[in-house]
Design a protein around this ligand. Sequence first.
Ligand code: NAD
Length: 476
Amino acid sequence: MTAPMELLDGLSFRASVDRMVDRALEALKIDPGTAEAIKSCASVLKVQFPVEIDGRIEVFTGWRAVHSTHRLPAKGGIRYAPDVGQGEVEALAALMTYKCAVVDVPFGGSKGALLIDPRRYTRDQLRRITRRFTAELARRGFLSPATNVPAPDMGTGEREMAWIADTYKHLFPEDVNHLACVTGKPVTLGGIRGRKEATGRGVQYALQEFFRHPAAVREAGLKGGLGDQRIVVQGLGNVGYHAAKFLSEEDGARIVAVIERDGAVVNEAGLDVEAVRRHLVEHGGVKGFAGATYVEDGASVLELECDILLPAAMEGAIHAGNAERIRARMIAEAANGPVTHEADEILRRRGVTILPDLYLNAGGVTVSYFEWIRNLSHIRFGRIDRRFDEMRGNHYAQALEELTGKAVPEWMRARMTRGADELDLVRSGLDDTMRTAFQDIRATLEANPKLGDYRTAAYVIAVRKIARAYIDVGVY
Ligand code: NAD
């Protein structure tokens, strides 16, 4: 097990996030007391628990940090990683607070982690470890539908969320809302359609919205529409894979390189994302993928000339050591904290546009919010009104035919009479959220150009909302 990666360019990840928030606090002239209340992490739980693995006892270490409770429940993923530490969990919990505020999701911020390399354990072992971790969190009040609701993150997915939900249900069977204790579950176990791909889909919707603003595109030094962009992606996991897939297959953008743990594959003509992903799943890396040039030093490919660099792997990928050499015109932060504070300063000075993590990857928590509501209402979205909408559409089509004396073409009738199902509604809600949030960030920046960049503008929006919550009710 490697040591926790606590320092990024000499600063802890936590301090790096705080420095970025400080810019917004200064711009808003928030008083020092309120600023401290906003920035401090409310509580952190560290647990150590034994699990029998292959006849031997192994002790695992995990954390759950709650950054803020100005809205409840506190929300944030659980990651499984071999180099995670408490500082990283606290930083990620803080990011969740700001992220939820930017996209108007009424949650506080939280994050959890387990120090483990999940690739070294069997499915059955991971199931037992996850169940025990869940019990530790629940027993200490760090897991419940009302107060603290995890979701997937690096190294975890639907499978782990299903184990968490099932463990909680067995511990608290009288809790009628037990399914809402965790989001990102499989659809068959109370999950919502569209959650798995939500973060990647949100990245796509955010970029689509960015390209609806010609002035923003011009200022970033980009040309044409989203379909004209050449994109480099780091990390083809849940977030990176879905974002790259949608951007290439639906918007026509070219994914010219994919960087993974074992190196990168580059093809100027554009990579077939689905094929790269299949290769990655089958072989555990991108090496040997046919139809592309393999580069062993993956990190060097971050410096490839491109329009958009999409880091979707881990924090600190762009740091003081490589920021001067980044040749992308725009960095779209699909991962959390992929640009260190120092790199951010360098990139700002160099005029590289950054769409910040607290906005760009908020699609996951947005759809988690929808899932939580679905679980509390105990009904699938669209179940009540879908047929009614179809019937109403039919009436409109008939009325149109009677008034014009012409038949409504079949394709038009099909569109008019289609009632929205759950996936339609989730996509509509996510698209609206990502559009509105970008418009807010852009308007904030236009109203106050001194803020200088999208990240500071996004933090200004978040801090303003959180400060309001503290000021309105006072400190309890
Ligand atoms: P994941 O584990 O599914 O994927 C991460 C991918 O990055 C993997 O394919 C892994 O092989 C690759 N990777 C790891 N280290 C690398 C390295 N050094 N160089 C290149 N590639 C590397 O994780 P994910 O859920 O896709 O999360 C990725 C990032 O997005 C994290 O920062 C996470 O916090 C953030 N995020 C995730 C979600 C979500 O819904 N899953 C939501 C918001 C933000």
